[in-house]
Design a protein around this ligand. Structure first.
Ligand code: ZN
Ligand code: ZN
Length: 334
């Protein structure tokens, strides 16, 4: 609810809430739990929408990649869910970055802020991963997540949601951010540069939307499912190629007048990196412009356990895109 619709800056928060918690493998129960309290640099979020990620299903079945108190998350009254949004309803001490009533969406990780990785800004690879006492949180993975009425979030994991964005759309911010981060660490897309996205899963589709929003031209999506390719069209793909019907390398060369594109974003389904022509690294090399040796990144989406491999062979901006760097940022922890 937008702040202007509130009559006061107070929202009544109950002491107890409903929350889903893990039992054993493939067991999840709706229970009554205390509403958590925000500490310094934290707020309490009333959850208004939550997406179900394939990683949630993986945690439900296998426990990993969630890890609670140093072990599997089963039978620990643990609440999963990491793709959620909501309304700030309570502020921890000294919090002024957000106000009561703000619509916010969340990212998973709050690093400890004190280890070498966090100090380099690589907080998703925090060396104190899972150590709550040190300040690390990964809601839905090591600390309680969004399959509940309320959750506590560090202010660094929150972003404001514009009024014209729906609650449901706002739950996908991390998925979109994963694609955006990949393009950013390669040195940044310049409007008018071409992008090929292989694989129309959630990361690939949002890769299309992000590339288009950044001004990429053309944005070409390859895949094998027509329904997904049609969704890609809606999200901004200028061209879609069904790799079962057309050789994607030849198609990209045809579309670009033989020039190829500047960036290739690989988003194959887990275990099917080579499920179709055009989805492998060799094909990605083949459609990339020879003049742009920096421009190859992979999001092995792995059922939304994205792991972007960015090979930046050329430095475009000072301090970004180290020559020959291989980066493996993770939207979700492993
Ligand atoms: Zn997810
Ligand atoms: Zn850290």
């Amino acid at each position: 609810m937008p702040a202007q619709h509130l009559l006061t800056n107070e929202i009544r928060v109950p002491d107890r809430m409903k929350a889903w918690v893990l039992g054993g493998p493939d067991e999840i129960f709706l229970v009554d739990k205390p509403v958590p309290q925000p500490a310094a640099a934290e707020v309490l979020v009333r959850i208004d929408a939550v997406a179900i990620c394939a990683t949630d299903l993986e945690i439900l079945r296998h426990g990993v990649p969630a890890m609670v108190e140093g072990g599997l998350p089963f039978h620990k009254n643990f609440t999963i869910g990491h793709e959620y949004m909501g309304t700030v309803v309570k502020l921890g001490p000294a919090v002024d970055e957000f106000g009561i009533g703000d619509r916010v969406t969340v990212e998973v990780h709050a690093g400890c802020g004190r280890c070498e990785r966090c100090r380099q800004g690589m907080y998703t690879s925090c060396l104190n991963y899972g150590d709550v006492a040190k300040g690390h949180r990964a809601n839905g993975f090591t600390t309680d997540g969004g399959f509940a009425e309320y959750a506590v979030n560090h202010v660094n994991t929150l972003v404001h949601v514009p009024d014209d964005m729906t609650d449901e759309e706002a739950t996908l911010v991390v998925t979109a951010g994963t694609s955006m981060y990949g393009l950013d660490v390669l040195g940044g897309l310049i409007a008018g540069e071409g992008v090929v996205v292989t694989g129309p899963g959630p990361i690939g589709l949002l890769g299309v939307a992000v590339a288009k929003a950044l001004g990429a031209d053309p944005v070409i999506l390859t895949g094998t499912r027509d329904t997904r390719l049609a969704l890609g069209r809606k999200l901004g793909a200028d061209h879609v190629i069904n790799a079962r019907r057309e050789n994607p390398v030849a198609a990209v060369k045809r579309i670009t007048g033989g020039r190829g594109v500047h960036f290739v974003v690989e988003c194959p389904r887990r275990g099917s990196e080579r499920h179709a022509p055009g989805d492998g690294p060799d094909e990605a090399e083949a459609v990339r412009r020879p003049a742009d040796p920096h421009s190859h990144l992979s999001s092995r989406a792995a059922a939304d356990r994205p792991q972007i491999r960015a090979r930046a062979n050329r430095r475009r901006d000072q301090g970004r895109g180290q020559a020959g760097a291989v980066m493996r940022p993770r939207a979700h922890p492993r």
